[in-house]
Every structure is written in C-alpha cells, then in structure tokens.
Design a protein. Sequence first.
Lengths: 461, 96
Amino acid sequence: MDIQTLMSRFGSMIILPMIIFILAFSMGAKPGRAFRAAITVGVAFIGINLVVGLMVKILSGVSNSMVQNTGRLMDIVDVGWPSAAAIAFGSTVGIWVIPIALSVNIILLLTHVTRTLNVDIWNFWHFAFIGSLIVAATGNLAWGLIATAIASAFALFLADWTAKAVQKYFGIPGISIPHLISASVVPIAIAINWIIERVPGLRDLNIDPETIQKRFGIMGDPVVQGMFIGLVLGAIGYCNTGDFLTVLTKVLECGMGLAAVMLLLPRMVKVLMEGLIPVSEAARVFMQKRYNGREFYIGLDSAILIGYPAAFSASLLLIPMVILLSFILPGNHVLVFADLVVMPFIVAMFAPVMKGNVVRIIIAGLITLVIGFYFGNNLADLFTTAAMSTKFEIPDIAAGAVKIISIGDGFMWPPFVFTNLTYAYGWAALLFLAAMVALLFFFYSKNTKAWEKATGVSDED
Amino acid sequence: MVEKAKIVLVACGTAIATSTVVAIGIEEAMQERGVKVITRQCKAMEVPGLSSGVDLIVTTTPVPGNLGKPVIQTLAFLTGVGKDEVLDQIEKILRS
C-alpha cells in the first residue's frame, strides 16, 4: 500500500494529528506536549465536522423551501472560514504547508528579499486553501504545492509593503501582517480611495465609529446575529409549509439552530488553534533563534487589528448590506451566513489607507464583496470537491443537494486568480505567478518610499 | 485554606485566534509559577460587559477604557519579545 492510498483511507482526522506530532517534536516541543497537541487537532476536526454538518442541514432545508417559495435558487451554503481552514489544513496540500511556507520564508529572509518573519503559522491555511482548490481542479499535487509556496511568498510581499503604514496607524512597531484576506485587499482599497478623493461631496463624508457601535448594541454579537438571520431565513423559507404552529416551530428551530452554529463553530476552531500552538511556538522559537540580531518584522495575524474602532464599526454596517446583496445580485447562488463574522478581517487594513474613514471603508468593502460573490459562485464546485476529499462527511453535500463556499477565502481574489490560471495554463500559469511575485518584490525594493506612500504612510513620517 | 483562583479575562479581535495563544500562555506560565488562574476569552468589544469579577484583563488589541481593572495590552505572547517581562507583570498583579 502506498502513502497516498493510506492517506485517503485515514483522512485528515488521523493524518493531520500525526503530522502535527512529528512537526512539533522535530522542532523541539516536548513529546508529551506534542502528543496532546496532536490529539487536540484530531478532536477539533471531529468538532468542526459536527457543527458544519448541523449548519448545512439547517441551511439546505431553508434553501430547498426557498426555491419552492420564491423561485430563488440559493444552493451554495456559506460555511465560513473555520470550515475553509479545516478543509485547507486537512487536504493533502495542508499536510505540507507548514514546512513549505517556513522554507520559503527562510530562503527569502536569507536572500534579503523579504523583511517579514511570518510566525503566524495558523494563517498558513490560506496558502494551503489555494493549493487544495488547485488539486481539486487539476488533480495535480505538485501544482498545488507550488501554488501554495508562491502564495506564501506573495503574503510576505504584502506584509513588507503594508508594514510601515500598519505600524504607524495602529501603533505596533516591528509588526507586519502577512494575512491573505486582510492584506490582499489593500490594492483594492488604494484604488477606491484614489477615486473617492476625486469625487466632491463623497470625499468629505464620514461617520463616527463610536456612534455605530452604540447603535448596534447586542446586534453586533454573533449569537444574536445567528438567531436573527435564522428567523428571517426561516420565515422566508417556511412561511407556507403548513398551519401556524408548524411554521412557527420551524422558524424558531431555524433561528436557534443557527445561533448555535454561530457560537459553536468558533469554539471548535479554538480547539484546532489550541492544538497548533505547540507547533507554532516551536516554529517561532526555531526561526527567531536563527535570525537573532537581524532587523526584521514579525508577521502576525490581522486579528490584532480587529479591536480598532473604524474597521470594526464599518464591518457591523457591512453585515446587513451583504445579506441584502446576496438576494439582489443577479446570478448569485450563495446563501451567506457563517462568514458574516469575517467582515472585520476584510476591512481591517483599509483603515490606514483611508485614514479610518468609515464611509470609505464601507464603500471599498462593498465593492470587494460584490466582486467576491462572483468569485465565490465560481469556486463553489471546487470548494465542495476539496471538502469531500478531506472526508467532510455531510449527507446533504454527498447527495448533491447543496454546494458549499466561504467568504474567507472563497470570495477573495487570490484563490480565484491562482486556481483559474493554473487550471487553464498549468505550469505556464505557475511560472507567470512566481514571476509576478518576484517583480513585485523587485519594484518595491527599487522604489520603496513611493510604494509605501500608497498604503497610507504620509510624507512627514 | 484553599487559595482562590484568580480570573484573567483575555481579549482579542475574535476571541478565537490570538486570545487562545495568550490564554494558554498565561495558564501554563502561571501554573509553573504556582499562581492559580482561570482564563476567560472574549472579543475586545465584549470586555466592558464581562470585566466585573475578573482580576486582570490581558488583550492583544485595544479595549474600551475606564474599566476599573488593570489592563495589559501586549503582543509579547505572539512575538515572543518581552514575554517574560509581561509574565512577571501579570504574576505581580495576580499576587497583589
């Protein structure tokens, strides 16, 4: 029996814990700690699987009745970034992503191409996500792994490029953000900000973030959002499915079920996170020991930016807008739900570019998401295939009743571009992407000041 | 007499990612130093509602002010830089 067969028989629930143990142990974690971490990762997979199962069951029920009721086909369920992370880490690419991204980082540091030391091992899933979609599309593991390596280099470029602006605006010296959701949308923010600056009237609009947060009150809480969205979707889906009591029961069950998902899904991801800590700590110590004394930025999760008011307030307002968009955008099949919580990550790094202007952040966020819906519709088949091949055993998906996607990163441009290019042109596409990333690094190093100014660093700094 | 465990509220943007790293870092270090702690995780925005009854708030992202509790905002658990100093500070506050 070869390794590939063994891996597909075991599935991520068994394989990933083994890899985590080997990685943690070989990078210097104590065997007991590594072992416990490894089991925790396996447990997290079981937990995420259960919650995603519950969510898909509820939402595919709603989606089915909604088609009959309204004629609106919404058969792609948004299962959220936690599911995407689990699928990415659990895929055949995910098994390799940690050594690949660390090696790319070491090489680029040694050659002085990058200044970022990415210790945010958890967010390596974004790189594996791209690779796993490519494997789902082409069946070619080598292409998936190479794309993963290119994506990790691209994240380092984005981190370097935005570092100065992020450090100044958020007051976090020495930090950069190699996060493939938050950082990859910065160019969009720059373009939109440039346009807004040239529109009289619009360029002067702003809203105070504190006011928004006060107005929203408990609606900013995911559990309350889950309940509320569940009630609305349930009412649309089940309004004519029987007598009053039957309808009421179904609607309330839908609300409570989705509230449960909103609370439980993050908890399950926390377990996965817990399991990865010994590996990420060992990797951080390993990397820092080797670069001691050299000046570099430490690459962290954009979660550290979420508490700053402008982006957070903007994302509160974006949530209802995104739900509305899902119903009015022509040709959209995505029923948005679990990833309404990812909004703060999408807009987090808009703030330095737009000097914390909430109106501009919302406009840029909306444009990013409108385009994102079409990326998501396009990638849903591959996302579903990738989920199936990591042994996400969900009956409604297996039966072909629904497809799945997530806003993070299914609505983001890097997975869309990387996957579709590689599917169409194979090796040539990978060469092209690698060359593009190299060129970006090159032009940035030639004209650093001008590039950094675009991200929100002002002249006097 | 059984020593009562101190409660540390750990906040970050999502209550998932960075706060887990911090919470586990605090639990492990305080256990080594012989301080009994219980950590609770929350989002930065939830801090005002959850801060009553806790002994210390540790956060990776800004939290609303005037809570009447000691607040430590730090990235040391994520970067590893200055982690021991922050742990000393936490220990001092929890022992006082």
